[in-house]
Design a protein around this ligand. Structure first.
Ligand code: AMP
Ligand code: MG
Length: 340
């Protein structure tokens, strides 16, 4: 049953990805879209690009995503991250070291709401295998001790030394990958593209006819419906939500986003957080971190960093909060504007 729920949730995301208003690609007559589908990072991805260079560039973008996954996925046994996690000390290549450093900066910036080293926690609750379970307090406490340790992650050149923690790029991997795929498309002559990596959208340029993109935000309660639509230019639009992956036991939902303070799945007033930012890694990191913070913390965090990103918060009571910078871009639902 638990597995079934996850599969259904994943399928619904895919359906929205394929059919949601924001992600539907309309032919303009100027240029037919080329589309490439792939399954990577536990996600069905659809890469769409326009123009005469689209086909070749899409193949390179897909290869870039597959290559990244093979290096940074903690669950792929042969990846650099999996090997590091196994031994507690090892080398990462330059790109992964840069990504890890970036994650640690974002950890600092988010006051520890983002923890790129909480793999043992997600594993403990079964999210890494799908064998979900509720751990004992003692098991949770043992993992928390590692997270509370002094300098749990030490980087020296390309060598990483871990305390009693393991690395998990799950909260940023897709945002980073979509940003890199967009760069690959651009450097191979594509000026218009829309990349859909599950709940993560990255656009390149504008539509071929010069119009903005329309990106649907999934309803947390009916994943085949949208809670609103964002009209955007070139940007990342990334959503985190408990509905994307969870299991239920005795009528209680346990979601895949962990509170690093309690060692338990987040339980607060938020149903989803969507971040709009030029930087995909930051957008993905913040979607997860703001989800952990809850409404009040998320709004306060946005006020302190409002020049870096904008957000749409969907609360469990159904209300929608939209930060000031998106109030003209958001349509399709009643919302309250968050001002600075
Ligand atoms: P996202 O869907 O971007 O919100 O990322 C969720 C994934 O990131 C989870 O499946 C875990 O692999 C990992 N994760 C969960 N909680 C956290 C957290 N507080 N900080 C960093 N990574 C997390
Ligand atoms: Mg994220």
């Amino acid at each position: 049953m638990k597995k079934l729920l996850t599969v259904l949730a994943a399928l619904c995301i895919v359906l929205l990805t394929a059919c949601g208003p924001g992600e539907r690609v309309f032919s303009t007559g100027n240029s037919e879209p080329m589309t490439r589908n792939l399954y990577a990072m536990n996600t069905f991805m659809t890469l769409t690009a326009y123009g005469s260079k689209a086909d070749g560039a899409l193949a390179l973008a897909a290869a870039r995503i597959n290559d990244l996954e093979s290096r940074l996925s903690a669950t792929a046994d042969s990846s650099q991250v999996a090997k590091l996690n196994l031994t507690g000390s090892g080398q990462l290549d330059d790109e992964l070291i840069a990504l890890l450093r970036r994650c640690m900066e974002l950890q600092e910036l988010t006051g520890g709401a983002l923890r790129p080293d909480l793999y043992r926690l997600t594993a403990l609750w079964g999210f890494t295998t799908g064998d979900y379970r509720i751990p004992s307090d003692a098991e949770i406490e043992a993992v928390l001790e590692g997270l509370r340790g002094e300098n749990p992650v030490v980087i020296n050149g390309n060598t990483v030394t871990l305390g009693a923690v393991s690395i998990d790029f799950g909260a940023v991997g897709k945002g980073y990958a979509s940003q890199q795929a967009a760069e690959t498309l651009k450097s191979n002559g594509v000026t218009s593209a829309l990349l859909s990596l599950g709940g993560n959208i990255q656009t390149v340029g504008l539509k071929p006819n010069g119009a903005m993109w329309r990106v649907g935000i999934q309803s947390p309660w009916d994943t085949s419906a949208t809670a609103g639509v964002l009209t955007v230019g070139e940007t990342a639009v990334i959503t985190s939500g408990g509905y994307q992956r969870y299991f239920e036991e005795d009528g209680i939902s346990y979601i895949h986003i962990m509170d690093p303070e309690t060692g338990r799945p987040v339980e607060n007033d938020l149903a989803s957080v969507t971040i709009v930012a030029p930087d995909g890694t930051m957008a993905d990191a913040f979607s997860t971190a703001l989800f952990v913070m809850g409404r009040e913390g998320a709004v306060q965090f946005w006020r302190e960093h409002s020049s870096d990103f904008q957000a749409v918060l969907i609360l469990k009571d159904g209300s929608i909060l939209v930060t000031e910078g998106l109030k003209e871009s958001f349509s399709g639902g009643t919302f309250e504007t968050i001002t600075r």
